[in-house]
Design a binder for this molecule. Sequence first.
Ligand code: MG
Ligand code: MG
Length: 250
Amino acid sequence: MITRKSRDEIKRMRHAGHIVALVHKKMKEVIEPGISTKELDSIAMGIIKENKAIPTFLGYHGFPGCICASINDEIVHGIPSENTILKEGDIIAVDVGATYGGMVGDSAWSYAVGKISDEKALLMKATEESLFAGIEKMRAGNVLDDISGAIEDVAHKYNMGIVRQYGGHGVGRAMHEDPFLFNYRVGDKTQIKSGYVIAIEPMLNLGGDDVKVLDDDWTVVTKDGKPSAHFEHTVLATDGEPILLTTLME
Ligand code: MG
Ligand code: MG
């Protein structure tokens, strides 16, 4: 069942989303060669706690971090570690959730570590563009397939692979609520209503679509070892413009 969020719930989600955006602002500043993903996790934890929120990911199905840190061919669910040190030329996707007043904000962003290759830069550009193409369709009266199709079209325009097994989701009192949102057309004609909130999150690959899960049972990587990028915002549908909940509040 897809729920429409009340004004009060949206207010709390906006606050949660602001905290998530504060984490990303900091990530952009501190991500550079030599920093470990464990240090990134500690920084994120500090910001979330300082703002009286709860790190949504920590302990979720036993996940040991408050961010997912996924480097190069890692797509999602990378576990922060003091042994994982960022190097010049890497790309890293940081995914973070914060719960404030019982409501969740969820956003992921891919970052360049120092100077990256042109093909990695294009992958990041394509994935970010596909996110915003999807967001544009998050309007009352559209259907879920409009969002999925907009993401797919951008992926095809740049000839990028699309991760099929993971996708966007409703978000609110729980991190994962109905509906599941595919990043390619599946013919889902579910109508979007004002008050729906969906975390839209394309994951695109420089190579093929196929993925596998590593022996740690968390980290999802591309099967062909090619890089992957991930961008995500929590988005509210209204009768007018879509509203991003995971940006900084003025
Ligand atoms: Mg996320
Ligand atoms: Mg998500």
